[in-house]
Write a protein that binds this ligand. Structure first.
Ligand code: GLU
Length: 299
């Protein structure tokens, strides 16, 4: 569905587990350009939900990198670390509708997909026993949505991804819960992000329905992969972006996204203005991934 240009609010939601790399710049740029092309707002939300996985200074480095690449956001950054009360409220709502159950399974007891196979489904919460909180997904639950780039999507959620965790045993809130609560709280209408999150979207749409929240439009763009087919990530030693080469980085990201090359010798601002004006989702290659080699990078 083409975005309604009078009401568009997009966002970029990095996790502060490391500095921005080309893969995350591509996601940030695609969501920025889609928002700005449709005269929309573009927000930044920091997913600082998991302090043990955070890298000291990464959040500040990400924000600095975004600014140095000209990707200025609207309003204040929303820090998920401050949003516990909102997540608790959503958990209480699900508890009230009988959708939550406590799970005491150890990691070794869980299936390879992280499910507890209904072992705890009828368990009552016991005071002082550490437990994760899972949301019930009925076996026949089917989730469908239309992705603006990848087309019709359908998944039997109940048969594949099962009851999933919303609050971990260590008390940390799960990404799936926090992202749904905050997309709704911030009035996000359009989500453009990497295809590695497509699986998560089924869970998020399910939670939106259970919580009575509006469903944003989704668009999952291909992720950039190394020559061995792995997603660029901190774990794969994806190099941090050199903000001194912001113009080159933006040009590479635009090439990856199939967009027309901006004229030579433009500065960062003019590259972005050109790219905003010419942004076309129709030119973004479909598919879940695309190699770095396809844009002339060795990785
Ligand atoms: N923090 C996630 C990531 O860095 C993105 C989450 C989202 O866009 O919903 O992959």
């Amino acid at each position: 569905m083409p975005p309604n240009t009078t009401q568009y609010r997009g966002r970029f939601a990095p996790s502060p587990t490391g500095p921005l790399h080309l893969g995350s710049l591509i996601a940030a740029l695609a969501s920025y350009l889609d928002a700005r092309h449709h005269a929309g707002e573009w927000l930044v939300r920091m997913e600082d939900l998991d302090p043990p996985r955070e890298e000291q200074g990464a959040a500040a480095a990400i924000l600095d990198s975004l600014e140095r690449h000209g990707l200025h956001w609207d309003g204040d950054v929303l820090w998920q670390g401050t949003r516990g009360a909102a997540y608790d409220k959503a958990l209480a709502q699900l508890q009230g509708s009988g959708r939550l159950f406590p799970c005491v399974c150890t990691r070794a007891e869980l299936g390879p997909d992280g499910s507890c196979d209904g072992r705890c489904a009828n368990r009552e919460r016991e005071k002082d026993t550490p437990c994760a909180l899972r949301v019930r997904v009925a076996a026949d639950t089917l989730i469908r949505f239309t992705d603006r780039l990848q087309g019709e999507q359908a998944l039997k959620l109940g048969a594949t991804l099962h009851d999933f965790v919303l609050r971990r045993k260590d008390g940390l809130y799960a990404y799936q819960l926090a992202v749904v609560v905050d997309d709704a709280a911030q009035g996000v209408t359009h989500i453009v992000r990497g295809s590695d999150l497509l699986d998560s979207t089924f869970r998020q749409v399910y939670l939106q329905r259970e919580l009575g929240l509006a469903q944003p439009d989704y668009c999952h763009i291909p992720v950039i992969t190394t020559h061995t087919g792995q997603k660029f990530s901190k774990q794969n030693q994806a190099p941090p972006l050199d903000s001194g080469r912001a113009g080159c980085n933006l040009r590479l990201a635009l090439r990856f996204l199939g967009q027309p090359p901006p004229p030579a010798r433009l500065g960062v601002r003019d590259i972005l203005d050109h790219a905003t004006e010419h942004w076309s989702l129709a030119h973004v290659p479909r598919g879940m991934d695309r190699s770095a080699a396809s844009i002339g990078l060795k990785d």
